[in-house]
Design a protein around this ligand. Structure first.
Ligand code: ADP
Length: 705
């Protein structure tokens, strides 16, 4: 095979090297083929490190692996840069460099010992280029001094170019591999990241769902047309419905028409980017028909110009609103009460300047609101009252809220009139701070005047009463004295008249007897009257001497009936009796006789001719009841209790017709009450009945009367 053919074959061999081999092996093969083709002593392929620019051995044919290091070492020892060497020159220029005789090459001096040691003489340094960049060197060493032919140079250059391609491809492959590896790693990472992202998304979705469902406020989402897509539990609770009952329904089913308008207007403004009021307050209709007030904050989610969703947060403010409403109503009520109150009302600030005053207050002061509001309280009070009012204010500020006795202040009206007002004040607090004083006044000018008058009347009355008591005492004393004085001569007159009438002192004719009878009757009347008067005076002085003992009340009644028999007979009055067996009672027999006789005498007196008197008596559980009924003139109902008053007679003409002084019944009442009994009268068109009730002896013992 001629030289040319060998080189072509060699190039074909180089081209058909198995590229699946390792990169270093390929370079080794290229170098080997190149060296063998031109019968070289040895050869090297050096590559420039892409990162450090250092030259490293990539393949060696006939030279040791340490050769490049030894070249470096020799350069370092010689103190010359590597670029000074032929390799350096190729790297710099990008052109091949031929050293025909290494022993004569001046730039090869530092490496001469290596040349000798390895036994080569000529060298061709060929650049391995990729585009214009030198990426390495393919060097071929000849044992003998050799003159490289053009063909050899071309061949080595082509081999170097092939090697460069291999390097380049290998580097690209390696980069590709790295990229693929990185990609694979990245893919792995990405998968993890995606997984994590999904996990986070899921967790955040969970969190969001949890927050959404368990939020204290109602949360909801509805679409651009107003149909509910989602609502949370709070919203369901508020509306009292289930998810199925609300999802897909329109908001108009759950709010009042007015609120629907508010919501729509708000949405329109938001869509147009106009300023809106937030929150809005809507009136929601629950499933059971109840209306509730909800404060709503909304956010719209747009898809282009269209509203895609409306997200809302609602807070139930029904209770708050009701309280506010109540507050407003009570404020209105309070204001109304304040303005319409009959008593003057006002508020002062802490300095004593009027802040408000009602109509009654203005009326009392005789001025307008303009005159009072902002004026100081001193303008309307006398100096003394101002002092009292300041003291009162200080007391209240320092603790005591309400004084027990409201002070009376002297007020100066606009026209200069002075009026008296009772003032009740209360400090107004905002938290711990006192912001003013609230006062209610009551005009007591007239009341005080009346009180003054009443006091004066009281004094006068007290004086009159004392005078009357004194006069009564003198009168009673007088009656007591005079009756004694009258009774003594009258008893003597009656005694002697009786002697004359009984003819003890001698015979008298019928005319004289009649006259003496009249004297005797009238003396008796006088004596009875005087005795009654004496009794009354004794009663008044509480000197009604009683002699208590066991009294057979039945006997007393019989005796009394006998005593009045002549008078009854005189008027042809029948006295009947209905008396059961009666027990003895504890009493004064004489006084009880006086009572029954008096009642019987009255019955006879006030009963016309031929009338009837019935005396009834019976024993009850605790008492003995005696009733004397007549068929007399009767007693008007309104007088039934008054007839027991002293000197009381139903009417004057009667007294003249019937005689008497109106003392008998009052004496009877005193005697009966001294026996712990009672007396009363009943009357109808048929006549009158007088009842006496006296307690039985056992009853007196039991009760300790
Ligand atoms: P007088 O001495 O006037 O009878 P009394 O105190 O006994 O005084 O009675 C007071 C008045 O009560 C009488 O004046 C009379 O008007 C009335 N009165 C008393 N008893 C009867 C009676 N049985 N029937 C009608 N009126 C009577």
């Amino acid at each position: 095979m001629d030289d040319k053919k060998r080189k072509l074959k060699a190039l074909s061999d180089i081209a058909s090297i198995d590229i699946t081999l390792e990169f270093k092996e390929i370079l080794q093969n290229i170098l080997k083929i190149a060296c063998e083709t031109i019968n070289a002593h040895s050869g090297t392929i050096m590559l420039v490190d892409e990162d450090t620019d250092e030259v490293r051995m990539a393949a060696s044919y006939g030279l040791g692996q340490d050769y490049p290091e030894r070249v470096h070492e020799a350069a370092r020892e010689a103190g010359v840069p590597l670029t000074y060497s032929p390799s350096g020159c190729v790297l710099k220029t990008g052109k091949h460099y031929i050293v025909q005789n290494a022993f004569e090459e001046p730039s090869g001096k530092p490496w001469l010992h290596l040349t000798k040691e390895h036994g080569f003489s000529s060298i061709i340094f060929t650049p391995m280029k990729r585009e214009s960049k030198v990426i390495g060197l393919l060097n071929v060493y000849m044992a003998e001094v050799h003159r490289f032919s053009e063909d050899e140079i071309d061949f080595v250059t082509i081999a170097a170019s092939q090697a460069a391609s291999v390097v380049q491809n290998a580097r690209m492959c390696s980069r590709l591999k790295n990229n693929i590896q990185e990609l694979e790693q990245y893919e792995g990472c990405l998968e993890d990241k995606v997984k994590n992202a999904y996990k986070e998304l899921y967790e955040s979705e969970e969190r969001y769902r949890d927050l959404f469902e368990n939020a204290n406020d109602s949360l909801y989402i509805y679409n651009g047309e107003g149909y509910f897509k989602e609502v949370n539990n709070t919203a369901l609770r508020l509306l009292g419905c289930t998810t199925e009952e609300i999802i897909g329904t329109h908001i108009s089913e759950w709010i009042t028409p007015e609120s629907l308008n508010i919501a729509r207007e708000d949405l329109q403004k938001r869509t147009a980017g106009e300023p809106v009021e937030s929150p809005i307050i809507l009136e929601v209709i629950c499933k059971n028909g109840e209306h509730r007030w909800i404060e709503i904050r909304r956010r719209i989610i747009k898809d282009g110009d269209k509203v895609k969703e409306v997200h809302g947060i609602g807070r139930d403010i029904t209770e708050k609103r009701m309280l506010e409403q109540e507050l407003i109503e009570s404020e209105v009520k309070y204001r109304d009460l304040f303005e319409k109150a009959d008593d003057p009302m006002y508020t002062l600030d802490t300095e004593g300047y009027f802040q408000t005053i009602n109509n009654a207050g203005l009326k009392a002061l005789g001025c307008t609101k303009k005159d009072v509001i902002g004026s100081h309280i001193s303008r309307w009070l006398t100096p003394e009252s101002l002092r009292v009012s300041i003291e009162l204010l200080q007391k209240q500020i320092s603790g005591g809220d309400q004084l027990e006795q409201p002070p009376t202040l002297e007020i100066i009206c606009k026209n200069g009139d002075h009026r008296l007002a009772e003032i009740r004040t209360r400090v107004i607090r905002e938290g711990d701070r006192i912001t003013g004083v609230h006062g209610i006044a009551r005009d007591v000018t007239e009341k005080r005047r009346l009180e003054q008058k009443i006091q004066e009347y009281h004094e006068t009355l007290k004086k009159s009463c004392e005078d009357l008591i004194e006069a009564d005492r003198i009168k009673t004393e007088f009656i007591s004295n005079i009756t004694h004085e009258l009774l003594t001569p009258l008893t003597s007159i009656r005694g002697f008249t009786e002697l004359l009438y009984d003819e003890t002192t001698g015979k008298i004719n019928d005319g004289q007897k009649k006259s003496l009878q009249i004297i005797l009757r009238n003396s008796d009347r006088l004596i009875r009257l005087i005795k009654d008067l004496l009794d009354v005076s004794h009663l008044e002085k509480n000197k009604f001497g009683m002699r208590f003992g066991l009294v057979s009340i039945g006997d007393v009644i019989s005796k009394c009936m006998q005593d009045v028999q002549p008078q009854a007979k005189y008027k042809e009055i029948t006295i009947t009796q209905n008396i059961s067996t009666l027990p003895s009672i504890w009493g004064d027999e004489g006084r009880l006789t006086q009572v029954i006789t008096n009642l019987l005498a009255n019955a006879i007196k006030f009963t016309p001719q031929k009338g009837t008197i019935t005396v009834a008596a019976k024993e009850n559980q605790n008492e003995v009841k005696i009733s004397i009924t007549d068929t007399g003139i009767g007693i008007p109902h309104d007088q039934l209790s008054r007839i027991f008053e002293r000197f009381y007679q139903i009417d004057g003409s009667n007294s003249r017709k019937y005689g008497g002084a109106g003392l008998g019944l009052s004496i009877c009442k005193s005697i009966v009450e001294s026996h712990y009994g009672s007396i009363w009268a009943e009357s109808d068109c048929n006549g009158s009945t007088f009842h006496i009730v006296l307690p039985k002896l056992e009853c007196i013992k039991k009760t300790g009367l």
